[in-house]
Write a protein that binds this ligand. Structure first.
Ligand SMILES: Nc1ncnc2c1ncn2[C@@H]1O[C@H](COP(=O)(O)OP(=O)(O)OP(=O)(O)O)[C@@H](O)[C@H]1O
Length: 260
């Protein structure tokens, strides 16, 4: 569904990220890991066409996205930014309806169908009670869910999520990962970033690792999230452990080893 081949991206002709190739199929989740400044946002900006690729191709359902209008791309890919403070105190329903922009013609205002789709998105995430609340008065976790609802209202098949768990407490991080898993169960393709390799174990089918000055890695979570790869990316010693929980669930986790 989403296929990236030999992609290099960066600024002013200078690559930040080189030779990136991966594919994510419908209903799969890919977790993109990498240290600060490795180029995760730069790669996302390129996937979303805010930056032109320096080399390589991005294809959706076998069609290169080069030359697609912003509207065509927005219908194919929804973007969920980190929960942010909106400059104006919009109501939640208005923020979510903004997700319909890609489907509106020039100067057209959202109609009853757009409002219905926005309401459906709120229901599907079980946050409809927030409908008439003011976005800027919500907690970080609630805002993040509203931004996901906005992307769902966009009705794209692919979701790009920039650190969907940032600013969330421990419980809400896990609830957010469960929510992402539910979206993928409905057939959505999700590419998300995280600063926690455990999140790849918890909810991803695939993982990718951007490392400064080293080759890009992509594959199954088991192939990519290894102690050696994490050490080469983050410069710390990490052990990957597996244990069986009381309910029989097998869980893998990364254990950092302190030097001091
Ligand atoms: N507009 C820009 N012009 C030039 N260089 C930029 C620009 N934006 C980012 N960079 C540089 O590109 C590199 C990658 O930045 P990017 O924001 O993509 O990293 P990241 O992996 O998303 O980092 P973080 O995890 O800290 O958010 C950094 O060295 C950064 O300084």
């Amino acid at each position: 569904m989403l296929e990236i081949q030999d992609l290099s991206c960066g600024y002013d002709g200078k690559p930040v990220v080189r030779d990136v190739s991966f594919s994510v199929r419908a209903g799969e989740i890919m977790c993109l890991l990498g240290p600060n400044g490795a180029g995760k946002t730069t790669l996302f900006k390129t996937l979303l066409s805010f930056l032109k690729p320096l080399e390589g191709t991005i294809s959706i359902n076998g069609h290169s996205t080069a030359g697609w209008s912003r509207q065509m791309l927005a219908r194919a890919i929804g973007y969920v930014p980190q929960a942010h403070s909106a400059p104006f105190p919009y109501r939640v329903i208005d923020v979510v309806t903004m997700g319909r922009t890609a489907h509106l013609g020039w100067f057209a205002a959202p109609n009853a169908k757009d409002k219905r789709i926005a309401d459906e998105a709120l229901h599907s995430l079980q946050i409809h009670p927030l409908r008439d609340r003011i976005y800027t008065e919500l907690s970080g976790g609630e805002r993040q869910l509203v931004l996901i609802a906005r992307a769902l209202a966009q009705r794209s098949d692919i979701l790009i999520m920039d650190e969907p768990t940032s600013n969330l407490d421990f419980g809400n991080q896990i609830r957010m990962l469960e929510q992402i898993r539910l979206l993928s169960n409905r057939g959505m393709t999700v590419v998300m970033t995280s600063h926690f390799p455990d999140h790849a174990f918890l909810c991803s089918d695939k993982a990718a690792l951007l490392r400064r000055g080293q080759p890009f890695l992509a594959g199954t979570v088991k192939e990519v999230v290894t102690s050696g790869n994490l050490k080469s990316a983050y410069g710390i010693d990490v052990e990957v452990a597996e244990f069986t929980a009381a309910n029989g669930q097998k869980v893998k986790t990364c254990i950092p080893l302190m030097q001091a």
